[in-house]
Design a protein. Structure first.
Length: 179
């Protein structure tokens, strides 16, 4: 019986020692959470939406931490048939932000002006020029040439479906090429 009491006392002492050793870290984490919450204690934020809209830009106030999908529902009346809405509707906003709505009409690129001297024209490039683009090998370059012989490639979404590539590959192609 005496041995059990000794073991229980030792376990309690070790437990209290461990608790006291980690208590400063627990308190520091709690204080940083409180500081973080106090700095982010905004009730609303400003979102500016530009790009492919019926108007030049839309400014809205949304509740702090609300998602992209909520923003889209608020500006739905300003979207047109060329507006490309991102499929990631769960991205949340905690700071004032600018959202650029892309256009399926490739003649309107609001994110950057097309400098045709430095970029490859996908609808007119030869096999060697297409192969220079990130993610396009000989097989995909031939597929582009065959496709565009029948129909001009209108959008990067159409190109993505044709090639069966990821958004990352298409974004890299957009940097080096145009339609």
């Amino acid at each position: 019986m005496r041995r059990k009491k000794e073991i229980i006392i030792i376990i309690l002492i070790v437990g209290i020692t461990i608790f006291l050793a980690f208590m400063p870290m627990l308190l520091a984490n709690r204080n940083s959470e409180i500081e973080e919450n106090s700095t982010n204690n905004k009730s609303t934020i400003n979102i500016t939406v530009k790009g492919e809209l019926k108007v030049e830009e839309v400014n809205i106030r949304i509740p702090y931490g609300y998602a992209y999908g909520y923003v889209i529902t608020k500006i739905e009346a300003y979207l047109n048939k060329y507006s490309i809405v991102s499929s990631n509707k769960t991205k949340r906003y905690y700071d004032d932000s600018i959202i650029v709505i892309e256009s399926s009409d490739t003649k309107k690129d609001y994110t950057e002006a097309i400098d045709t001297n430095d970029k490859i024209d996908i609808n007119n490039a030869n096999l060697d020029e297409l192969i220079k683009l990130y993610g396009i090998g000989e097989k995909r370059a031939k597929a582009i040439i065959e496709y565009r012989d029948k129909k001009k490639i209108e959008t990067f979404v159409e190109l993505k479906e044709l090639l069966g590539v990821s958004d990352e590959v298409i974004n890299n192609i957009k940097e080096k090429a145009f339609l």
